[in-house]
Design a protein around this ligand. Structure first.
Ligand code: PEP
Ligand code: MG
Length: 590
């Protein structure tokens, strides 16, 4: 048994499907001699498609970001057309009868190895490697028909995807494949794979170091996403025990989802707002199915991370309209681009690694430096807001990582300028409600002076906790510190919520803790009434809310706030949860 970080609850007994960065399962069979001609043709078609993508990207990035950034794609095109690269791949297909995917993978491995004895600190080499990898990943995405094809991977039993880190592009390629569980070697509770797994309600474990060395495609595997356990080739007894847990988990989940049409209220009928966090239009369907009453956080960076090119204003508008049309009550809070930290886009200045990316050039800081990119998004959002209000819905906009009042003033100036542009262009639009994400302790300390400038606050506890505790949210070595139930976090949250309520400013919490039963109890006790979470968690929080009164929650919070250690808070809340809703403990993350 291997232990990792429990990131999405539930148990699955299935079959491993190990994917490499470019989707080549281990043990791909060799082609028959008569298949190589078709394989070469496939590779050449992919090459042409990538060339077209790269040219489009270069044009759009040059326009929206700058010439220097756009030039990256000229470099990529040169790599794509480099005869030594092409010949190497073709030779592998023709002589070794490798599939095009396997040939690309082998090339990448060999290329990486050839540099491994050179200094990895040499930034030129690092960049060159990143460029080659990027081109290969693009080719591979065109060639890949492994996970999103009609026939799917030829694997029996529920599919457990095992990867190093599930990249956004890979998550897209997973498409509609029936993935039952996800295991990754890296990552944490707030990394892409975790967020994607939770939004789909798929059990997942992250941070299982070197699991790809032990686990191979086709191996039987158990994933316990609640405890963070991965069991390779379980014996008959273990298999049986986990199958029982698996059945119980799915029964509970289905039973809970039956409350989707009931309003969210506490036991004493205080109304609550349970909203969904989404990354794309598919997640809106999960939000509806799980009974969320709106979208409290639309992470738009996934548009950029997964789009083959840079989505322009019209493309963004079409996506936003689609999201609005499919969201519960057509109510959507759109967050502007939150790139940086663990989410990087090569053309947005992340080729030069920062030594401290979460403390560096990310989110709104990056948006300010790319005004054309930022205002393009603002225009699309404001036009989407106009559309929403026409069909009886509502769009709000919020800005990530706000640190100072000056930043908010700057945002407001940009919104005013964008409004003027839209008036001049005679586009239908609306100035949406403007909110700030509260993720930086400095903003929490100064919250009273920021509130007059915004219409609402959304607490991003994933970031707020890591900054407050000075513990990287993606580093398993310090995960014992990066705890949302740490006394310091509870004290800060309760003070922010109190000030927002005093000032009459609506406040939501959209970090992962909103969907965790234990945390929900204390947050409710602090006076919070609006929660935004992965759609899969809505039914269990709705059930929990219906079992507790506001007074009970208040008393739980008061008693928790007297405790001095995270362990004691956890222990106390665990006991309270067991008393109020023992069945929900199965949905807790260890
Ligand atoms: C957060 O920080 O809590 C949040 C919701 O934003 P993200 O996880 O996308 O950084
Ligand atoms: Mg955040």
């Amino acid at each position: 048994m291997r232990k990792g970080i429990a990131v999405s609850p539930g148990v699955v007994v299935g079959t491993a499907y190990c994917i490499q960065e470019i989707f080549v399962p281990t043990g791909t069979p060799r082609l028959n001699a008569d298949e190589t001609v078709a394989e070469v043709a496939k590779f050449e078609v992919a090459q042409q498609k990538v060339a077209t993508d790269l040219r489009a990207l270069r044009e759009k990035v040059t326009l929206q970001v700058g010439c220097k950034e756009g030039a990256i794609f000229a470099t990529h095109e040169a790599i794509l057309n480099d005869p030594s690269f092409t010949n190497n791949v073709l030779e592998r297909i023709q002589r070794q009868r490798s599939s095009a995917q396997a040939a690309l993978h082998a090339f990448l491995m060999e290329y990486t190895a050839s540099f491994s004895n050179k200094s990895s600190h040499d930034s030129f080499i690092r960049e060159r490697l990143a460029d080659v990898r990027d081109v290969i990943v693009r080719l591979s995405a065109h060639l890949s028909k492994i996970l999103n094809c009609e026939d799917g991977p030829a694997i029996e039993g529920p599919l457990v995807v095992v990867a190093d880190e599930l990249l956004p592009s890979q998550a897209v390629a997973l498409g509609n494949a029936d993935v039952a569980a996800i295991v990754t070697q890296t990552g944490s509770r707030t990394s892409h794979a975790a967020i994607i797994a939770r939004s789909r309600g798929i059990p997942a474990v992250c941070g299982v170091a070197n699991i790809l060395k032990q686990l191979h495609t086709g191996d039987a595997v158990v994933v316990d996403g609640s405890q963070g356990h991965v069991i390779i080739s379980p014996d008959a007894e273990t298999d049986k025990a986990y199958r029982k847990l698996e059945r119980e988990f799915f029964l509970l989940r289905d039973e809970l989802a039956e409350n989707r049409d009931q309003p969210a209220t506490t036991k004493d009928n205080a109304p609550l707002s349970l909203l969904a966090n989404i990354n794309n239009v598919d997640d809106t369907r999960a939000a509806v199915a799980m009974g969320a009453s709106g979208v409290g956080l639309f992470r738009t960076e996934y548009l950029y991370l997964t789009h083959p090119s840079v989505p322009d204003e019209e493309e963004q508008l079409a996506i936003y309209r689609d999201v609005i049309d499919n969201s519960p009550n057509r109510s959507v809070t759109i967050r502007t681009l939150d790139i940086g930290g663990d989410k990087t886009v090569p053309y947005l200045g992340h080729r030069h690694q920062e030594s401290n990316p979460f403390m560096g050039w990310r989110s709104i800081r990056l948006s300010f430096e790319h005004p054309e990119l930022f205002t393009t998004q603002l225009r699309a959002i404001m036009r989407a807001a106009g559309y929403a209000s026409e069909i009886g819905g509502e769009v709000s906009v919020m800005f990530p990582m706000v640190t100072t009042l000056e930043e908010l003033h700057r945002v407001k100036r940009m919104v005013r300028r964008t409004t003027a542009e839209l008036v001049e262009r005679q586009h239908q639009h609306k100035v949406p409600r403007i909110g700030m994400m509260l993720e930086v302790p400095a903003a929490a300390v100064m919250i009273d002076s920021l509130l007059p400038v915004v219409d609402f606050v959304s607490i991003g506890s994933n970031d707020l906790v890591q900054y407050l505790m000075a513990a990287d949210r993606d580093n398993p070595k310090v995960s014992h510190l990066c705890q949302p139930l740490a006394p310091a976090v509870l004290r800060l949250l309760s003070s922010v919520i109190r000030v927002c309520r005093q000032e009459g400013t609506p406040v939501t919490l959209c970090g992962e803790m909103a969907g965790q039963p234990r945390a929900f109890l204390v947050l409710l006790g602090m006076g919070l009434t609006s929660f935004s979470m992965s759609p899969a968690f809505v039914p269990s929080i709705k059930r929990l809310a219906s079992l507790v009164t506001v007074d009970q929650a208040r008393s739980i919070f008061h008693r928790a706030s007297e405790l001095r250690t995270t362990t004691n808070v956890n222990r106390f809340l665990h006991a309270e949860l067991n008393r109020i809703a023992p069945d929900l403990a199965a949905l807790e993350l260890a």
